[in-house]
Structure formats: C-alpha cells, structure tokens
Design a protein around this ligand. Structure first.
Ligand code: IPE
Ligand code: IPE
Ligand code: MG
Length: 252
C-alpha cells in the first residue's frame, strides 16, 4: 500500500523485490541450444540470485517462473518447465531450509501433476516457520486471474458492496500477508508487466535490465538496488524539496 504523506528519496533497501525472470529462450537461442536448456540454466540461476538477495538483506523476494499465459506454449516446453520445477525443489529445498528461508507460492497449483503439487506443498510446510528470507515462487500466476479469484471470494463471503475497500481486496489476494513490492525487476530488455502483480505493483519502482535471466547475477541485482536507492517515491505527494520551497515562500 502506498504511504500517503511520504515523499522522499529512498536511499535504502527495498523490503520486497519481485523479479520477472525473462529471457531464457533467447539466452538458449544465442548459445545455439534448445529453449529448454535456457530454462535449465534459468532455474539454476535462482539459487545465485536468491543468495545475493538474502546477503543484501532483502526480506521478501518474489520470483515469477510461469504465467497463466505460459500454458499456451508448446506442450514439450511446458512439460520441460514442470520437470525442472520438480528437480529444483528436490535439489534446493533442504538448502533453503538450512539457510532459514521460507518458501511460499502464489498462483494456482491446480494444474500441476499431483506429485509435483505435493513437492511444492511439502517444501512450503517444511520451511513455514523460517524467518530469514521469504522466497515466493509465482508459478501458474496471473494478476488478472488473481483479482477475479479475489472478487469471487468477496462475493461468496457476502461482503456488502459499500463495505469493500482497497484493504478488503488486498486481503483476498494471494499476497494477503505480504507487503507490496517496492521494486519490480524485469530481465531480458522487455518493458512490460505481462500480467504480473497488477494490483500490488501499483506504486512499485520498475527496473528493466537488458540481461537475459540465466546471465542475471549478483552484480545486476546490485545495479537494480542502486537504481532503487536513487529513486524518489512520491506516492502522489510533492517532493520534499518542493515542499520545503513552498513552505519557505509561504513564511516570507
Ligand atoms: C522466461 O523466459 C521463462 C518463462 C516465461 C517460463 P522465456 O521462456 O519467456 O524466454 P524468452 O522471452 O522467450 O527469451
Ligand atoms: C513473463 O514472461 C512470464 C515469466 C517470466 C514467468 P513472458 O515471456 O511469458 O511474457 P511475454 O509473453 O513476453 O509478455
Ligand atoms: Mg519471455
């Protein structure tokens, strides 16, 4: 939620960073490899960036791995991504747990094979009391679908129309117990949101990196954090500088 009345250069760390991990296919094409090799390298890269984010002191890291629209890709690619998710959970969950990270999920698990769904649920259950880094995997996630689901829940709960506030809606989103993202990073040079966190990112700072996701390393994360620190978040207000000038004029 925006904080009204606050207009300042952040100069500090974002609490919640969300990343649109894009460019796996183009990375693979560049290397003369099949697309799935890009997804494989992209999946491996998650550990590197997660460690860097934890070391930087980020509290919430949200990584978008699969959109509701990505189901329209060739069957073989979708099946490959599902396989990679299962392998990554098998390989990484214990290490995440040892590091005190809490794994969460936003999106739908309904379209996943039962064993894959169970792996996700088990990893969430195992790490639920950890407090170091809240690592949220956005998988089969779409912002519009999330808003539709929230509306359905609100109507089903019988909440009267004139009692619905921004908070009511926020409380029915997958992210109900998370702060809004302060910084959204998209890799691979695309400048669009593609249906990601459309409600929650209303006031996020956006950083676009030209680097394909498999090559996006700690140094690129640091560039995004430096970029964020230099931004002035105004939330509709005027800048601190303009406010000082206005009050100085007024007192003359
Ligand atoms: C992001 O990389 C991963 C997913 C969307 C699953 P892409 O697969 O979109 O890679 P490009 O955009 O084709 O390069
Ligand atoms: C967005 O990337 C989804 C993920 C990165 C998981 P896409 O590659 O699917 O988005 P578009 O199609 O370029 O907008
Ligand atoms: Mg893409």
């Amino acid at each position: 939620m925006p904080s009204p009345g606050h207009a300042s250069v952040t100069g500090d760390l974002p609490v919640h960073v969300a990343i649109i991990m894009d460019g796996n296919g183009r990375w693979a094409a560049q290397q003369g490899l099949p697309r799935i090799a890009g997804h494989e390298r992209g999946t491996e890269n998650i550990r590197r960036v997660t460690n860097a984010a934890a070391e930087a002191g980020i509290d919430y890291l949200t990584l978008w791995a699969f959109s509701t629209e990505n189901w329209s890709r060739p069957l073989e690619e979708v099946a490959g991504i599902m396989r990679l998710l299962g392998e990554a959970l098998d390989r990484e969950t214990m290490e995440l747990h040892r590091q005190g990270a809490q794994l969460r999920h936003i999106g739908s698990l309904e379209g996943l094979a039962p064993d894959l769904r169970k792996s996700v649920e088990d990893a969430i259950e195992l790490t639920k009391d950890n407090t170091r880094l809240k690592l949220t995997l956005a998988f089969d996630y779409g912002g519009r679908q999330e808003v539709v689901r929230a509306m359905q829940e609100i109507v089903r709960a019988g909440i009267p129309a004139d009692e619905i506030t921004e908070e009511t809606i926020a409380l029915h989103l997958y992210t109900c117990d998370m702060p809004d993202p302060d910084l959204v990073i998209r890799t691979s040079g695309e400048h669009r949101m593609s249906n990601f966190l459309i409600w929650q990112a209303a006031y996020a700072e956006l950083h676009f990196s030209p680097v394909y996701w498999p090559d996006f390393g700690p140094e690129h994360l640091q560039l995004a954090l430096d970029d964020y620190a230099s931004r002035e978040r105004r939330f509709g207000n005027i800048s601190a500088e303009a406010a000082a000038l206005t009050s100085a004029r007024g007192s003359r």
